[in-house]
Design a protein around this ligand. Structure first.
Ligand code: FAD
Ligand code: SIN
Length: 536
């Protein structure tokens, strides 16, 4: 049981965590920046991003105002306008920074200009991309840049368990306690099974999304909402959890795979058209922007057509597109289709919606500050107000970079006022033993995913949500009993965290008695005049 100290503790090595770490390490060469990551340093949601990063780049054609309006339009009345303005205006500078750190984006043939793509909900071509591997390329550049700084230490296979607050010093802490402070975290060193106490002056949560709470998701298996669940347990505020984005087009694979393979929205931006099994277009029945309408509309349209027709998937038609251009832009998608016996130039690509992105999360202000002192959050685990009720495609990589930078600016010169809390006790594992039956954990995770997929999916209703809450409560009780008596394992902690996430999504969905953005309920199909954020 080691005790480790770091000036800055960063939970997560995706785009948010590494952007913050690099900037901070560069500004303070004599301060230690410790990054924890629960598997390897380059495994993250970031790594799988395909479409790209949205930024106003070609000021001849595009304007900041258009990007702001597109974001507000997708967000369906719940974006914080001032945050949207900040991200759109500061975004291009952050993109330039990652280019300076070595990230490559595709250029127009024989030209220095970037090849800007278009995705659903965008009124202009403004997506910088690297083939269909944008996230992989950005993650590569970030990891390489981070390795240049001797004062960044990345601890792989370190699983953050709980944030340390006054609660661990014996003080009663409840959600309305005004001065909750974070002193670091307890983390499981997966290599030796020990739980270390990590003390920090400032902690930044960058643990990404929670797609694994659903049966079918584009998110990798690490996306279990740990940071949000930890913050909620520490009595921090979270908001807008009902707004779960389902991507309209994950590849339908009858054999089932986790994660589901994404067929980027950029394919529709490139000219791909959604069709039924009979080869008929259907998007004109739902939105005048057809296949390029915002995601919530397209995902619901596909879901509704599948239910009407009793089919397992709908299709994307790319047969009319130029083969050479298609394979140059989408080599990974092309290869994946071929591996499943689908030739995109000859066959329709079978697609189905899958959970993709969590718009809500840890409530933060314009500096990335959470409701807990000394605790910041950035990236998909945070809720800044940019996305509102629905995220505009390719806005999340941008948001992560902008907020990582803002946290860096805000924590500048704060360190000297903050000391380590040496009196934090070590983790107490007394009275726990190795769980005898891992099946209790794995089966509960399966049950949880079933509950969320059938009762809290794309279309919701009061009765489904009530049923979900009742079932979740049982799972919660069983898991807490197990937790009290079992040695800590990543699987047990992920189950606990996923139950918390499921509860937060379902409870927020129950509170929202209207349909807005990504939250659609058959009991309240319209919108209310009074709009509020769901803060828990
Ligand atoms: P992540 O990149 O997910 O990083 C999370 C990190 O936290 C990981 O290092 C993980 O190991 C670590 N972690 C988690 N829990 C713990 C724990 N308990 N202890 C220690 N470490 C922990 N967005 C766009 O803008 N454009 C796109 O084109 C795009 N395409 C996408 C395609 C796919 C398939 C997916 C899944 C997402 C896509 N997104 C896209 C969304 C975007 O990729 C993510 O929102 C973004 O990358 C999140 O970055 P992050 O830094 O917040 O988290
Ligand atoms: C995609 O490539 O379709 C994903 C883009 C995003 O999630 O922003």
């Amino acid at each position: 049981m080691a005790r480790i100290k770091a000036d800055f503790l960063v939970l997560g090595s995706g785009i948010a965590g590494l952007t913050f770490a690099i900037k901070t390490a560069k500004a303070y060469p004599d301060r230690k920046v410790l990054v924890l990551t629960k598997t390897v340093e380059n495994e993250s949601n970031t790594r799988y991003a395909q479409g790209g990063v949205a930024a106003v780049w070609d000021l001849g054609k595009d304007t900041y105002n258009k990007h702001v309006e597109d974001t507000l339009d997708a967000g369906d009345g719940l974006c914080r306008r001032e945050i949207v303005e900040i991200v759109v205006h500061e975004g291009p500078e952050r993109v330039q920074e990652i280019i300076d750190w070595g990230a490559r984006f595709d250029k127009v043939k024989d030209s220095p200009a970037y090849d800007l793509a278009r995705e659903g909900g965008h009124s202009e071509h403004r997506i910088l991309h690297y083939k269909d591997l944008t996230g992989w390329e950005m993650q590569r550049a970030l990891v390489e840049e981070a390795h240049r700084y001797a004062n960044i230490e990345i601890l792989e296979h370190y699983f953050a368990l709980d944030l340390i607050t006054q609660h661990h010093l014996g003080r009663m802490v409840i959600r309305v306690t005004p001065d909750i402070e974070c002193y670091g975290c307890y983390a499981l060193n997966k290599k030796n099974g020990e739980i270390d106490t990590i003390l920090s002056r400032i902690t930044v949560v960058c643990t990404g999304g929670a797609g694994q709470v659903y049966k079918s998701t584009t998110n990798p298996i690490i996306a279990t909402g740990d940071g949000i669940a930890m913050t909620y347990r520490a009595k921090g505020r979270v908001e807008n959890m009902e707004f779960v984005q389902f991507h309209p087009t994950s590849m339908y694979n009858p054999a089932g795979e986790n994660p589901s393979f994404l067929v980027s929205e950029a394919v529709r931006g490139f000219g791909g058209i959604l069709k039924s099994t009979e080869g008929e277009e259907f998007m004109h029945l739902y939105d005048e922007r057809l296949s390029l309408a915002p995601r919530d509309i397209v995902a619901r349209a596909i879901d509704s057509e599948m239910k009407k027709r009793g089919t397992d998937c709908m299709y994307l038609d790319c047969r009319h597109l130029d083969r050479d251009k298609f394979t140059a832009h989408f080599p990974t998608i092309f290869e994946k289709c071929l591996s499943l016996g689908v030739d995109p130039m000859k066959d329709l690509i079978p697609v189905v919606p899958a959970c993709h992105y969590l718009c809500g999360g840890i409530l933060v202000d314009e500096h990335g500050r959470s409701s807990i002192h000394r605790l910041y959050a950035a990236g998909e685990c945070s809720s800044t107000g940019l996305h509102g009720a629905n995220r505009l495609a390719s806005n999340s990589l941008l948001e992560a970079m902008v907020f990582a930078h803002r946290i860096f600016l805000h924590t500048r010169n704060k360190l000297d006022q903050l000391s380590y809390r040496e009196d934090v006790p070590d983790w107490n594992a007394e009275g726990t033993t190795d769980p005898k039956e891992m099946v209790l954990i794995t089966q509960s995770i399966k049950e949880l995913k079933e509950i969320m997929s059938y009762y809290v999916g794309i279309v919701r209703s009061n009765i489904r949500l009530k049923r979900a809450l009742d079932r979740l409560y049982l799972l919660y009780q069983e898991t807490e009993d197990l937790y009290k008596t079992s040695t800590i394992s990543p699987q047990l902690m992920e189950l606990r965290n996923l139950i918390t996430i499921a509860y937060l999504i379902t409870r927020s969905a129950t509170h929202r008695r209207e349909s807005r953005g990504l939250h659609f309920t058959t009991d309240y199909p319209g919108q209310q005049l009074f709009i509020e954020y769901s803060v828990l």
